[in-house]
Design a protein around this ligand. Structure first.
Ligand code: PFF
Length: 490
């Protein structure tokens, strides 16, 4: 039997904990450290966090259980899993396989930016380069780097190569072993920085801003009958917050990218899918909340100190990590370079373990379809990914004049995957499971080897009705938001 057979010879995790760690390592990435804090800050802190939690334990739970079960029952990656379940439905897998193939090149380019920041801070901390204020120059360092002709590609290629080496070593010897080292270090660094930040004098206001629900985020300006300007509750604002939280949930839990199907295909039958999913969600959300504690209080204090309106400082969006934080670190004085180096080392680890899972979803599909050996498939995929990464790496520099839907390449790849393809694949998967093969198939897999599926009622209702409706709404809202249709903005 070769690897394409997918059964007795298929690689497997060494146990339930290894699986949970791998799935959590995939989920915990740039989405937690950079996207979650700025979305939470924009959408009203605690209000957003509560909505997010609710979505994670209902919708996120349903989608993750579905994907892991599909993987485990077919012992296939997503490219071939759907046709194994029902001949004629292989197109879902094909569509789904395009997603990690498009994401991993640009994700590694961003990984390369993080690597560059880590390296620069390390050099400053070791005294071999000028002070950390060099990076705190209102974006000149960042834009200079991402628009330079070769460096973004070079750093991105190093990042892809790191992933390739770990993947080529195999599921147990590569992915599992790297997670055992990287994840505990990541957790310790995150907690360490969060504690350091929360102990800074004056951090309490920022912590409150981040964690206490701010209902004003759900209000909009209006003019009362008396002509007075007032703030009133807006259903539209609530809908935007829910959809923002839902988009973040997809991103953060690594859903609809084939990763959970692939990782599920290496899971042992005696391990509990339901318990594993609950733990993955817990780890992922914990790190996202801790990331907010590392970032929001310092940005808040910095905004107060420099007289910047808090909302503007928080609304820095993606620039929060690469432009605002370096300014904050510079403000720490001599400790700044070290804090910067530790912070970007932590981000590098998070991005690396997520990129590995995206890359693995591609490699497993190639292995399952063509019956190729892992090392050859990794090598083959490396060239495809490296080639595609050129577009994202040069999209802000040499090729900045080329745009798609008015977006640079990297933003376009992000848009087409996160806003369009992922919701489509997720809806089709729910309809496929809910109405074609029927939820009982997934329930049987969750209950394999004597486990009880405690949330079975919730699962059935979500997969058949609620999830397809919510995700369809997400699809439309994401398209409108990204293309600026109907005046939709974050
Ligand atoms: N879940 C990971 C993160 O939060 O960064 C991995 C990931 C999600 C990668 C979404 C890429 C992506 F578009």
């Amino acid at each position: 039997m070769n690897s394409s057979d997918g059964h007795s010879n298929r690689a497997s995790w060494s146990g339930q904990f290894a699986f949970i760690l791998a799935a959590a390592a995939s989920a915990i990435g740039l989405g937690n450290l950079w996207r979650f804090p700025y979305l939470a800050a924009q959408y009203g802190g605690g209000t957003f966090i509560l909505l997010y939690l609710l979505l994670v334990v209902t919708l996120g739970f349903t989608l993750m259980v579905t994907e892991i079960s599909i993987g485990r029952m077919t012992r296939q990656s997503q490219l071939t899993a759907y046709s194994r379940l029902r001949p004629g439905f292989g197109f879902i897998g094909l569509l789904g396989t395009i997603i990690p193939m498009l994401i991993v090149p640009y994700y590694c380019v961003i990984g390369g930016w993080v690597l560059k920041y880590f390296w620069t801070y390390l050099k400053i901390a070791c005294g071999s380069a000028s002070a950390s204020t060099a990076l705190a120059d209102s974006g000149a360092f960042f834009s200079g780097f991402i628009s330079s002709p070769f460096a973004p590609f070079g750093y991105g290629a190093i990042f892809i190569l790191l992933c390739a080496v770990i993947i080529a070593l195999g599921v147990k010897n590569g992915i599992e072993k790297s997670n055992v080292v990287l994840m505990p270090v990541l957790f310790i660094l995150a907690v360490g920085i969060a504690v350091y930040v929360c102990c800074q004098p004056g951090s309490a206001d920022g912590i409150r801003y981040y964690l206490v629900p701010n209902m004003d985020a759900l209000r909009v300006d209006a003019v009362a009958a008396s002509g007075e300007h007032v703030r009133v509750f807006s259903w539209m604002q609530l809908a935007k917050t829910v959809l923002g939280a839902m988009g973040q949930m997809f991103y953060s839990l690594s859903l609809a990218m084939g990763i959970m199907i692939t990782y599920g295909s290496y899971m042992r039958r005696e391990d509990s899918i339901e318990k594993s999913v609950r733990r993955i969600e817990l780890f992922d959300t914990l790190i996202a909340v801790i990331a907010g504690l590392m970032i929001i209080p310092v940005v808040y204090m910095f905004a107060v100190k420099t007289g910047t309106p808090i909302r503007d400082a928080m609304n820095a969006g993606p620039g929060l990590m690469f432009i605002t934080l370096p300014k904050v670190f510079a403000d720490f004085g001599s400790a700044g370079a070290l804090v910067g180096a530790v912070f970007f080392l932590l981000v590098t680890f998070a991005a690396l373990t997520s990129a590995i899972s995206l890359y693995e979803a591609c490699v497993a599909s190639v292995c399952d379809l063509l019956g190729m050996k892992r090392v050859n498939a990794t090598f083959f995929t490396f060239f495809v990914i490296a080639f595609l990464s050129v577009f994202s790496a040069l999209g802000y520099g040499a090729w900045s004049s080329v745009t798609l839907f008015k977006m640079p390449f990297l933003d376009f790849f992000d848009f087409i995957t996160n806003a369009v393809l992922m919701p489509i694949v997720a809806v089709v998967t729910c309809v496929f499971i809910g109405w074609i093969v029927k939820p009982a198939l997934v329930e049987k897999e969750v209950e394999a080897t004597g486990h009880r599926f405690t949330a079975v009622g919730l699962y059935r209702m979500m997969v058949k009705y609620v999830a397809p409706i919510l995700i369809t709404l997400l699809l439309f809202s994401e398209i409108c938001r990204n293309l600026g249709l109907f005046g939709w903005r974050i």
